[in-house]
Design a protein around this ligand. Structure first.
Ligand SMILES: Nc1ncnc2c1ncn2[C@@H]1O[C@H](COP(=O)(O)OP(=O)(O)O)[C@@H](O)[C@H]1O
Ligand SMILES: [Mg+2]
Length: 453
């Protein structure tokens, strides 16, 4: 665990003395000294181009002004941005929890985080090893093994290669000619060709026929590609954002402009569907060790197909989340504070056997998913988390109600908009996103807080 800042306050000194007036010296029979230590938990933010959410997270944490009793001590919380600099592998770590947004592409920070987990017991989300090893393709395999309805998927060797000494002998001996058209036919059209380790829609192609398939493969270059059966026609596309045990479902429209893709709809799924998707999301996230992830699912003929769930650094920007943005800030605060307060141990290794044991039982799909989710909720200590929130974070919505109406919140939105939009659109889009946050305040805030401005 990180070195916490401890300021000890002498709270009570009780001296029970027995003084013999005539006999000197006066002596003390019993001396009870009670200390209440104020322990400060430090939450580090390991950031890249993030602008809006850290400002809101930091300001909300400050306004929460937490003093959480822990035994005889009292826990306080502060946040600090993690800087990038040379580090001694044996230096200590001053953070209790780190929320990381860099691991997947900035390797200096990734290596610092791995060192801090191993040597200092740091709790970080997300686990950096899982991001290094769990490509999208591997996650497809794993969830097929658990019996989730991942669409049929193939992997094809790349069209071209970086030259190397061993390349020609290897390909000459072992590479087999294959016919793309046959694979296309077996999957059916439309299908998707997309990088096996992809993200951010880079290199993703919807393919409607064999001619397009061949042309797309020609253009795929050195990337290793998956071909996946298209889930068409689907009547719902939902993004399930998971943060610890908390899950939010967002109706998603990929054809809309970026600022409108996350829909504001409510009640677009039945209760049963929401439960199923929550079980699915928690199963996926705990299986791969992800505290924070987004699972994309498509519904066709009443079946929910997971198509992209290796997103362990999901979009957190107000410019895409807008209405849902306060939920993310609150979920992030709750989970990180809980992890810091309870010294939640970092799970460094996967432990897949309990899930596989359930998979072997051949249960009906819904029952099986429920059984996986029971493991997930236990691993996430859902009960402990909910108890903690009820006891120590009951005021969080009320604080959020005030904060998200403040000029600081508006400025945070504006800063992000300024970074992304042309100058002439800054006012318009700041108002649009801030307005949607106000809608969140009126629609989702505590009933007790309703009406306050
Ligand atoms: N199997 C599929 N069926 C239907 N649509 C798909 C499928 N795979 C991908 N898509 C569409 O392509 C988009 C990008 O693909 P995705 O796998 O999510 O890639 P990325 O990891 O780059 O986000 C998805 O959001 C969805 O709209
Ligand atoms: Mg995606």
């Amino acid at each position: 665990m990180g070195t916490s800042l401890i300021s000890s306050r002498l709270l009570a000194v009780s001296i029970v003395g027995s003084q013999e007036i005539r006999n000197v010296p006066i002596f003390t029979e019993l001396c009870i000294i009670e200390f209440m230590a104020e322990i400060t938990k430090t939450i580090g933010l390991s950031l890249g181009a993030d602008i809006c959410w850290p400002i809101c997270y930091e300001e909300m944490l400050r306004r929460l002004d937490l003093a959480v009793p822990s035994g005889r001590d009292q826990l306080r919380f502060r946040t600090e941005r993690v800087t990038i600099e040379p580090f001694d592998l044996r230096q200590t770590c001053r953070y209790d929890v780190v929320i990381d947004r860099l691991t997947h592409w900035y390797h200096t920070s990734r290596e610092w985080i791995k060192k801090a987990i191993i040597l200092d017991g740091l709790y970080v989300f997300n686990n950096p090893w899982t991001l290094q090893s769990m490509e999208k393709q591997t996650t497809y395999c794993a969830m097929m093994k658990l019996g989730l309805p991942v669409p049929d998927t193939w992997l094809v060797p790349p069209k071209s290669y970086e030259p190397s000494d061993d390349l020609q002998p290897t390909l000459r001996q072992y590479a087999r000619h294959f016919d793309l058209g046959t694979i296309g036919k077996s999957l059916g059209y439309p299908l998707f060709m997309k990088p096996y380790d992809g993200g951010g829609w880079v290199g993703v192609n919807k393919i409607d026929d064999e001619t397009a398939l061949r042309a797309t493969y020609e253009e795929s270059g050195k990337r290793v590609m998956n071909m996946q059966a298209g889930v068409f026609p689907h009547d719902r596309f939902v993004r399930c954002l998971g943060l610890g045990p908390q899950v939010r479902f967002i109706n998603y429209d990929p054809s809309a402009p970026l600022h409108d893709r996350y829909r504001l709809d409510k009640d677009f799924m039945s209760k049963d569907e929401a439960e199923l998707l929550e079980d699915m999301t928690l199963t996926i996230n705990t299986f791969f060790g992800w505290d924070f992830n987004s699972c994309e699912v498509l519904r066709k003929d009443g079946v929910w197909y997971p198509i992209d769930f290796a997103n362990a650094c999901p979009d957190s920007q107000v410019t895409s989340l807008h209405y849902h943005f306060p939920w993310l800030i609150l979920a992030n605060l709750r989970w990180s504070i809980f992890c810091a307060a309870t010294d939640r141990p970092m799970r460094m290794n996967y432990d897949w056997e309990p899930y596989f044991e359930i998979a072997r039982r051949d249960l009906p799909y819904r029952e099986r998913l429920r059984a996986y989710a029971a493991i997930a909720r236990k691993r996430l200590d859902t009960e402990g988390f909910e108890g903690f929130c009820a006891k120590h974070l009951a005021h969080i919505e009320e604080v959020a109600m005030e904060f998200f109406a403040s000029t600081e919140a508006r400025e945070a939105v504006r800063k992000k908009v300024t970074a992304l939009f042309p100058a002439r659109e800054i006012d318009e889009f700041t108002e649009l996103f801030f307005g949607r946050i106000q809608r969140w305040r009126t629609e989702e805030a505590l009933p007790a807080s309703r009406g306050k401005s």
